[in-house]
Design a binder for this molecule. Structure first.
Ligand code: AMP
Length: 284
């Protein structure tokens, strides 16, 4: 069963009358297989799953794509209904607030800042982005009170920030990070991929290829890290990279001498479209 809830009052009423644990998948809609993989995992673990669809203005900068971000609610609901057919005993509650005021009744009420992690990498290029994201996620957590919430590794820094917020505020929520779903050529699925021209789509493949090459160079061995760093400097000659960095997979620090798990974090920009990707590896 799929139910659509468009007001926060209704959400609170419905939630109050439910017993038992619930799973939660927050999204901005315009769904693709990446989002659906999160939903499937949640449905395999919970009978009741909340799925939010909300393009959160607080996480867009003044010159970003908030107005043109694809809003495709009808098609999204169809995809969710198709997925629901595979889980006949489940209940999916789609929370698709009809206005921003439903989510943020007091527009200047508060802001959540996970200090440190929010100002590096993506945060240094998009100031305020992660505060807007953490603010909406905490608000949704408060309304839905999920047992577990599912996020894609696609937005690796976002996931690290959410985990930190949950630890810092001792929220009783388990955060699950889910693998990146890619197209057949390796490009990570993203709602923003549709902005790419055919030429840009071809050029975008360098992103996954570069990450894969670097992981292969490191091959799980600390002694190979300098070789990878050298290769990164060569790659960065291409000015389309916003950044391409090797970091500690947990702290996102660039001091990686002791790190047991590393992550490559990258943004490759084609025209106005910034493509995010990342890849993790364990080090012996
Ligand atoms: P968004 O709607 O872009 O805010 O994404 C909602 C959730 O889906 C986030 O947790 C994303 O990390 C996740 N997600 C987006 N793209 C992918 C993908 N290609 N594979 C796995 N998860 C994804």
């Amino acid at each position: 069963m799929v139910k659509i809830i468009t007001s926060t009052q209704e959400l609170e009423e419905v939630r109050l009358n439910e017993k038992g644990p619930v799973g939660f998948v927050p999204t901005m809609g315009n769904l693709h297989s990446g989002h659906i993989s999160l939903l499937e995992r949640a449905l395999s673990e919970f009978e009741i799953v909340y799925f939010s669809i909300f393009v959160n203005p607080k996480q867009f900068g003044p010159n970003e794509d908030f107005n043109r971000y694809p809003r495709t609610l009808e098609a999204d609901v169809n995809q969710i209904e198709r997925c629901a057919q595979r889980f006949p005993n489940s209940r999916i509650m789609i929370y698709a607030p009809k206005s921003t005021e439903e989510v943020f009744p007091i527009s200047k009420g508060h802001s959540v800042s996970v200090l440190g992690l929010s100002s590096i990498l993506e945060g240094s290029i998009r100031p305020g982005h992660f505060d807007g994201m953490a603010t909406v996620v905490l608000r949704l957590f408060e309304l839905i009170k999920p047992t577990r919430a599912y996020f894609g590794l696609k937005d690796y820094q976002q996931l690290a920030i959410i985990k930190q917020m949950v630890r810092d505020l001792a929220l009783p929520i388990e955060i699950i990070g889910m693998p990146i779903i890619r197209d057949t050529e390796g490009l990570a699925l993203s709602s923003r991929n549709q902005y790419l021209s055919p030429g840009q789509k071809k050029a975008s493949l360098i992103l996954f290829e570069s990450l894969s090459e670097l992981k292969k160079i490191i091959a799980g061995k600390r002694k190979n890290i300098p070789l990878a760093q050298k290769r990164i400097s060569e790659m960065l000659q291409d000015k389309n990279w916003n950044y391409l960095e090797l970091r500690d997979a947990v702290s996102l620090s660039s001091s990686i001498e002791e790190s047991k798990e590393l992550t490559l974090l990258a943004v490759y920009q084609l025209g106005a479209t910034r493509l995010l990707d990342n890849m993790q590896m364990e080090i012996e």
